[in-house]
Design a protein around this ligand. Sequence first.
Ligand SMILES: [Zn+2]
Length: 476
Amino acid sequence: MRTYRLILSKLYLSAWARALALIVAAPLLWISAAGAAYVWNSREHDREAVRAFADDLNPPTPAQRYLIVAPHPDDEVLGCGGLMHYASRVGAGVRVLYMTNGDAFRFAAERETRRLRVDPMDYIRLGVMRRREAETALSTLGLPPKSFRMLGFPDGGLEALFHTNWSEARRYRSPTTALDAVPVAYEGATGAPYCGAALLRLLEDEIRSYAPTDILCPHPSDDHRDHSATGAFVEMALASLSIRGGLPPNGCRLRHYIVHRGSWPQPQGPHLADRMAPPSELIGLHTGWRGLSISKDATETKAAAIRAFRSQMAIMSRFLLSFARRNEVFGTPYPYPPASVSTGAVVQQPVRDNLVRRFRPQADIKSVRVEQLQGGTLVAVQTERPAGRFTELLLNIRWLDRSGGAAEGDSLAATITGDRVEADRALDVRQVGDQMHITIPSQSLRAAGFVVVEAETRMAGVMVDRTGPVAVWFGG
Ligand SMILES: [Zn+2]
């Protein structure tokens, strides 16, 4: 008792100390309460979204030819495993194109080698192993051998290839495998240099030769940068082929799947009898979402295919198995392909969709608009509140030229903070209300009418929001 009193007397040392403790503790308590309320609300939102979401997508028919483009081995099964299984059963065509072998996953490399120091050869061996896992997974879904191709491009480097390392002269070197071209061991596009132009060409060749009726690739709002960049490469390949000729004669449908988005899908773990809905903050924006109903048997087959990715299951089985549900969700970018060419297009973005964005509305991106003007092309980035002088806006744009080509110089990289503009070409920048107007005086950009825009905001060097690379058709 005496000790207790002693401690108390020390704790109650002075009114000043108490006041100070209160000042420190109150905001922390408030932030934790707001955080808990936010998580609870968003879970409730997710449950509501599942109830309201309809599985009205028709199952595959024998006439369909699906080209599924996956950043890493396992993404194709997580996003489209049920669809692939149905397609194989009805005799529809399925071809899987993997951008990378998934060779930059450090935890997996450490676990496989049972060493904490892994070298480039260990990463390459992991890439070879993930290829074998993919073979097993696809055969579990009923697909014949050789129904896939792994291009062997750098895991973790696809965004850099799209924005920075475009030409062969500016090859990308993988920090994990130390490679700057596809190695023989990957049995992929052997010898192809790690650069954006080479990857775009390979994709175009695949689309031209396979002539798919449906292409499935990741959604631009997928949090993983390899995923969103994969979507950008696919949309650029489609746009280039539609300008130059080379799309399948009857055209082809583009659909998006999504794998990484916050803590989606909830609840995590194997819930084979449950359904899912798209991430609720992405519903009602520019993507139309539809669900494909999956039977109990097909869900179990999909779960077995997921388990074939042994190296991944050892690290994140709960996350992977949350995709084995009684439906799959697919997004249709709207409008695609452009039905009528207009002078401008707007792509809406979710707002207040995480705690940081709620507290930083001046960096919460609301929409991106691309418009053709007399003096050039306008890109307007709208934020929930006017961007203050502490909001840093990073803009990356890549476009096609008049003939549908994409050269090194058909791009723009800019960082805008208040009045300060750092850019690799001359720009006109002004703040108009809650929008940042960036005008690019480029004739080639206006001619093709197709751009991929990616905006990212930071405050004090920390990312607050990012659009992902969104493809915009805005007029010719
Ligand atoms: Zn992935």
